[in-house]
Design a protein around this ligand. Structure first.
Ligand code: DGL
Length: 244
């Protein structure tokens, strides 16, 4: 079994990509909506929240853990790898290197949580691939609006905050909730923007690690167990709808 975690249902965008590569895998998805949002938590507080999910996954016998949350990856993965050196942790990061590879001169908007943008992990990636034509925009509160499914508030948020960035070419979706609102972002920034997201890289890395360690990952049938820490029954329904 492979464990995935996020502060809510946003990590479904990562699971969708993983299923393209591992169509008959067994997954447990942990939606920590009780502690949502992760984006403005202090690093110790977030670490202990994420560690308790990791402890749960280990009791359930997972073979790998995908941190399907940019914020938790940026803030916690180094410490988790030190504390659990034998466990496979796959972390996601804003796809800023992809901009460097595909459209390095384009005007770029990086959308992510405050926690991600201020993290050491993201800042070193940013300084390494900086195209000197990039805006870092901390989308405080946006993941919460997506999580609650309040689409008219999402549209208002995007209009109020992104309208001034109409001239960008590249948009890095640096939070796993944001691919769920690509159309809404296009409505504000126009149809010509290129989106960049980290979930494809994460899926490839997961598969690479499983193969490298000769771990079985394919079964007869796809199985996805969903857990939500706030016991909100509507979450599972939305999650499975989004998964399609
Ligand atoms: N999906 C999380 C991320 O990728 C959401 C952050 C939050 O809970 O604030 O960063």
């Amino acid at each position: 079994m492979i464990g995935l975690l996020d502060s809510g249902i946003g990590g479904v965008t990562v699971l969708k990509e993983i299923i393209k590569l591992i169509p008959n895998g067994h997954f447990i998805y942990y939606s920590d909506s009780f502690n949502n949002p992760y984006g403005d938590k202090g690093s110790d507080e977030l670490y202990f929240i994420v560690k308790s999910i990791v402890d749960y996954f280990l009791k359930r016998g997972v073979v790998a853990i995908v941190i399907a949350c940019n914020t938790a990856s940026a803030i916690c993965v180094k410490r988790l790898r030190n504390e659990f050196p034998t466990i496979i942790f796959i972390a996601i990061e804003p796809a800023y290197k992809m901009v460097h590879d595909y459209n390095p001169s384009g005007k770029t908007l990086v959308m992510a949580t405050k926690g991600t943008l201020e993290s050491e992990k993201f800042l070193s990636l940013y300084h390494k691939y900086d195209n000197n034509n990039t805006i870092l925009f901390p989308c405080v509160g946006l993941a919460d609006l997506i999580e609650t499914g309040d689409i008219s508030s999402v549209d208002k948020y995007l209009f109020d905050n992104l309208n001034k960035y109409k001239n960008v070419d590249n948009v890095v979706l640096g939070c796993t909730h944001y691919p769920l609102i690509k159309d809404n972002i296009r409505n504000v920034l126009g149809n010509n923007i290129n989106f960049f997201e980290g979930s494809i890289g994460v899926s490839k890395e997961l598969l690479r690690q499983l193969k490298k360690r000769k771990i079985d990952y394919e079964y007869k049938k796809l199985k996805i167990e969903f857990i939500d820490s706030s016991d909100n029954i509507l979450k599972e329904k939305r999650f499975r709808n989004l998964l399609g």
